[in-house]
Design a protein around this ligand. Sequence first.
Ligand code: GDP
Ligand code: MG
Ligand code: ZN
Length: 356
Amino acid sequence: MSNDLLAFGWDATLDRLLPPGCQPARVLAQHRDRWRVASAAGDLTAQVTGRLRHAGADLPITGDWVAVTARPAEGAATVHAVLPRRSCLVRRDPGPRPRAQPVAANVDLVLLVAGADGYRAVQPRRLERAAALAWEAGASPVLVLTKCDLVDDAADLLADTAAALPGVPGVGVGLDDDDGLDDLRALLRPARTAVLLGPSGAGKSTLTNRLLGADRQEIGGVREVDGKGRHTTTARELFLVPGGGAVIDTPGMRELGLWTGDAGGVEVVFADVEDLARACRFRDCGHGHEPGCAVQAAVDEGTLDPDRLEAWARLQREQAFADRKRDAEARRVARAQYKRLSRAVDARLREKEIDR
Ligand SMILES: Nc1nc2c(ncn2[C@@H]2O[C@H](COP(=O)(O)OP(=O)(O)O)[C@@H](O)[C@H]2O)c(=O)[nH]1
Ligand SMILES: [Mg+2]
Ligand SMILES: [Zn+2]
């Protein structure tokens, strides 16, 4: 097995999942209907088989492990299967139809990238949401406070966020110091994959380049615009970090809507509020004006930030909405499958009638 693939995280468990006659590759980036993959034969441009395309299965996304047959002389490969994902960062598609949008597969860490400048005004609510998505993905969130060189209270900011993001470690980085970078490098070993999540301009590409020790990503980059005049969100690219692990740089995503809810990401992020809620007198307490409400009592005492309470309620409502939409989507897929099946059966019956 190529050392590179081991560095990307290939292991014995994945090896057992590989279909016979195929070799493993990891998806570095997706460009419309082409995928750039890393394989033992080097980086190749891959297409998927027609069968995979029409099976209604998930198509490869950045970070996926795929089973390919390679044609190294042409620099090409064919993807026969997407191996089961160990984790997947998913957000709600910001388009009009509520559905899942997978962002990155097989990620161990989600780096919540936020600039220390202008942090106080906007970040806590976005970070809570991003942390919920990370837990939901089956990955661990890590706060990365960038631009620490621009403020003189970086340590205070990191301490503040520890309260808003229980259980999430924080790392500070600035252009003038490498300590934070070393901490991140340590988190990436051995062979872990981190995806960078944060608004445009937060310093994700700068961080990527510094981890790689090379200018691979454009800084302050003009974002790609597709034919419809919208910013494309497909430019998610995976890079191998020298010394171990991989990072996936992403374009800034304005919206981080919740989609899956099975892992209880919101409950984890708001564990403190959930604990309070369990202490309310009534099981179905609405945490408004009910007597014996422990949540409102904490707000009155000043131990719970009312904005945080509001954020918890908002994310819960959003999660409930996503759960309903997910159910509806599952029913729609089941109905479509049933229709296809019954059409096939009808056709078969008609053929038989003709035979008779
Ligand atoms: N002072 C300072 N500027 C930074 C730092 N990180 C990024 N920047 C600047 O912030 C701007 C946006 O950075 P970029 O990496 O393109 O952000 P991205 O949109 O998240 O990829 C650029 O002008 C960078 O030079 C940092 O740690 N300190
Ligand atoms: Mg960038
Ligand atoms: Zn209550």
